[in-house]
Design a protein around this ligand. Structure first.
Ligand code: C2E
Ligand code: MG
Ligand code: MG
Length: 655
């Protein structure tokens, strides 16, 4: 504080009739001066005479005190200002932090029941912070009905005793939306220990809860169709079992697998396959009642729970409706496609009283429906399981036989029907089962194809027969067999596998059999399934010198236009047509047609299954000389075949 200039002092003293340089006034005059000083004009340097010293001192002391007080007031004011700014900053920081954290708060003063809510809390609930709920009850009204009871209990507990109560509750905001809060309620006591306030901290966890719910839903949902997935459906079955046990009612579990789905997926692409699944799922859904459940088990497997049901007949009605709905032509990518379904049905409780068994039996029944020609429904029957078990044991035995190299090969000659000369020899897989005896390739080859064993089976037959042929060639000197070819059957699965040509090349190198002595028999289906790929592989094989034969010709569907593009050396007429030759059956007319096709393709023709002389003669008359069949020889074990057709020259001449 600066010292006021003397002119001011003069101005002050003048109204009192005083002058700073004058003799001291009377005490009353000084009182006025002091009062003036006290009012705030501090720091006067009064030049007073000695006789008035006492006054001067008091004036000094007053001045000093006044100055000190002022100083303190000023400091206080500036401190208050600073603190106010700090508080303002903290408040806004807190608000900001609360907003970021999703934290809101409320409090209740018990004295009058007054409720206060924080701005954040009000904002989240869409209420006006200036008009908070009138009382606790009004506050609790925001809590969702299901959670209100427990919220109420927490408030009551906080009112009874000091402490904190936490829990999660759902609140409906003024816009009607549900929000999840993690809530903490604490009571506050006054100095006498009486509870005076309730405070609530409300952390908004809505986003996290929704994310959790979404993850939970995804975990139980099939992404493509939006239907419940395997996990969810198993829970559904378990619940149905529980319900039905209590109600003493029945339900049906349908296991549905699409027929021909793989073909559509392969030919039209995965997008079309996905589209098909969605459309089919919607159609099946359309056949069901409200309480029934539909789920996708992955792939093209769909499950249905029909609960409750009274009679099998009712289940059959619904299932037939589903079959019809699935089989209605479907538009995919602008094209019309048709699929069908095979459906297996297991009933609770007679076909199983737990989810695992019901699923297994419905699956087995579905498998039976497939076996019985597809587009069909089958109720589970215990014998289904028996045949499935048998199949499983067969596959296991086959796997073991392949692993031990225990498969055998039989050989059947292909001869010139005119002079009996051996033109070639066909290798036919054989399986001598320890308990079942001889199991034919028509049984175990499809089984091997289904289980992926065919690669190993085919490789074994190829390796064995090539080595056998080389062996006969080196030991025997049979003129009849010289230069004849070895004909080996190849499954479509083998031909599709990537390493087939490479492995065959290695095998030929290993055994030393010239590629030109080997013929591979493929069915029409094998080459027509993927003509482009077949053309490429057959091209490579033909370039090596390997002969290609079309086996069982006439039984499949092939396009002549395509056949022309394949390097085909030989066509084998299926024995169905040959069989009719001698009897003058309807199929007999096919043989000359096939002979003509073979000619037009520049291929040789072999008639299979020639059993009678009449057939032989008819074939010769049609210009087909190469024949194979029981008339000439049954398929023989290697030793018998070797002795008969590959014996050394001398023996053969003698025999
Ligand atoms: P396929 O290639 O058409 O073989 C001819 C089948 O006709 C053989 O049956 C043979 O025993 C039988 N057969 C021959 N002559 C006559 C006859 O005069 N009358 C009658 N009724 N049948 C005759 P098999 O050995 O039971 O083979 C059946 C099929 O299994 C074969 O038909 C072939 O498609 C398949 N197969 C055989 N071995 C193999 C193999 O190593 N690999 C593959 N992928 N398939 C094989
Ligand atoms: Mg064959
Ligand atoms: Mg054949």
């Amino acid at each position: 504080m600066s010292t006021p200039p003397y002119p001011l002092l003069s101005a002050l003293l003048a109204p009192l009739g005083l002058d700073p340089g004058e003799a001291p006034p009377d005490p009353a005059g000084w009182q006025a001066v002091l009062a003036a000083i006290e009012r705030g004009i501090g720091g006067l340097q009064l030049e007073l005479e000695d006789s008035r010293r006492a006054y001067r001192y008091s004036a000094d002391a007053l001045t000093r005190a006044t100055l000190r007080l002022r100083d303190e007031r000023d400091q206080l004011e500036s401190r208050v200002g600073e603190r106010t700014a700090q508080l303002e900053q903290s408040r806004s920081d807190l608000m900001q932090a609360q907003r970021l954290a999703g934290l809101g708060s409320w409090s209740v003063r018990l004295e009058d029941g007054r409720v206060d809510v924080s701005e954040q809390f009000a904002l989240r609930l869409g209420m006006d912070p200036a008009a908070p709920p009138a009382n606790v009850e009004a506050l609790l009204d925001y809590v969702l009905e299901d959670d209100r009871q427990s919220a109420h209990r927490a408030v009551q507990a906080a009112l009874r005793e000091p402490g904190r109560f936490t829990g999660e509750l759902r609140v409906r905001d003024t816009r009607g939306e549900v929000r999840w809060f993690s809530a903490t309620i604490a009571s506050q006591s006054d100095p006498d220990g009486r509870i005076s306030h309730l405070h609530g901290a409300m952390l908004d966890v809505t986003a996290r809860r929704l994310a959790e719910l979404r993850t939970q839903r995804l975990a139980l949902q099939d992404e493509l169709t939006g239907l419940p997935n395997r996990t969810a459906f198993k829970q559904d079955i378990a619940q149905a079992v529980e319900r039905s046990r209590v109600r003493r009612s029945r339900f049906a579990l349908l296991f549905l697998d699409l027929d021909g789905f793989k073909e559509i997926n392969d030919s039209l692409g995965h997008d079309a396959g996905d589209d098909l699944l969605k459309q089919v799922a919607a159609r099946i859904g359309g056949c069901l009642r409200k309480g029934d459940r539909l789920a996708r088990f992955g792939g093209d497997e769909v499950l249905v729970l029909i609960d409750p049901v009274r009679r099998r007949r009712d289940v059959e009605t619904v299932t037939r409706k589903i079959l019809a709905a699935v089989a209605t032509p479907i538009t995919l990518d602008g094209m019309n496609a048709t699929v069908s379904a095979s459906i297996g049905i297991a009933m609770y409780p007679e076909d199983g009283d737990d989810p695992r068994r019901l699923l297994k039996n419905a699956d087995a029944a579905m498998y039976q429906a497939k076996q019985d020609g597809r587009n069909a429904l089958r109720f589970y029957a215990p014998r289904i399981n028996a045949s499935l078990r048998e199949k499983v044991s067969m596959v296991n035995d086959l796997r073991a036989a392949v692993a031990h190299g225990a498969l055998g090969v039989a050989y059947q000659p292909i001869v010139d029907g005119n002079d009996g000369r051996v033109l070639g020899i066909e290798a036919l897989a054989r399986w001598d089962h320890a308990e079942r005896g001889a199991v034919g390739p028509s049984v175990f080859v499809p089984l091997a194809e289904e289980t992926g064993l065919i690669g190993a089976v085919g490789a074994q037959v190829l390796a064995r027969s090539c080595a056998q042929q080389v062996d006969w060639d080196s030991n025997g000197h049979s003129a009849a067999a010289a230069g004849g070819y070895l004909s080996v059957n190849v499954s479509p699965v083998q031909l599709r596998s990537d390493g087939f040509v490479r492995e065959l090349r290695a095998l030929l190198a290993d055994t030393g059999l010239p590629a030109t002595r080997l013929q591979l028999e493929l069915t029409e289906g094998t080459v027509m399934a993927d003509p482009e790929r077949a053309a490429r592989v057959l091209g490579e094989l033909a370039a090596m010198g390997v002969r290609i034969a079309l086996d069982d010709f006439g039984t499949g569907h092939s396009s002549l236009a395509y056949l022309r593009t394949f390097p085909i050396h030989c066509i084998k007429i299926d024995r169905v047509f040959v069989g009719d030759l001698g009897r003058g059956g309807a199929q007999a007319a096919i043989v000359p047609a096939i002979v003509a096709i073979a000619r037009s393709l520049g291929a040789e023709v072999v008639a299979e299954g020639v059993e009678t002389d009449a057939q032989r003669e008819a074939l010769l008359a049609l210009g087909c000389r190469a024949m194979q069949g029981y008339l000439f020889s049954r398929p023989l074990p290697p030793e018998a075949c070797g002795a008969r057709f590959f014996a050394p020259m001398a023996e053969a001449a003698a025999g």
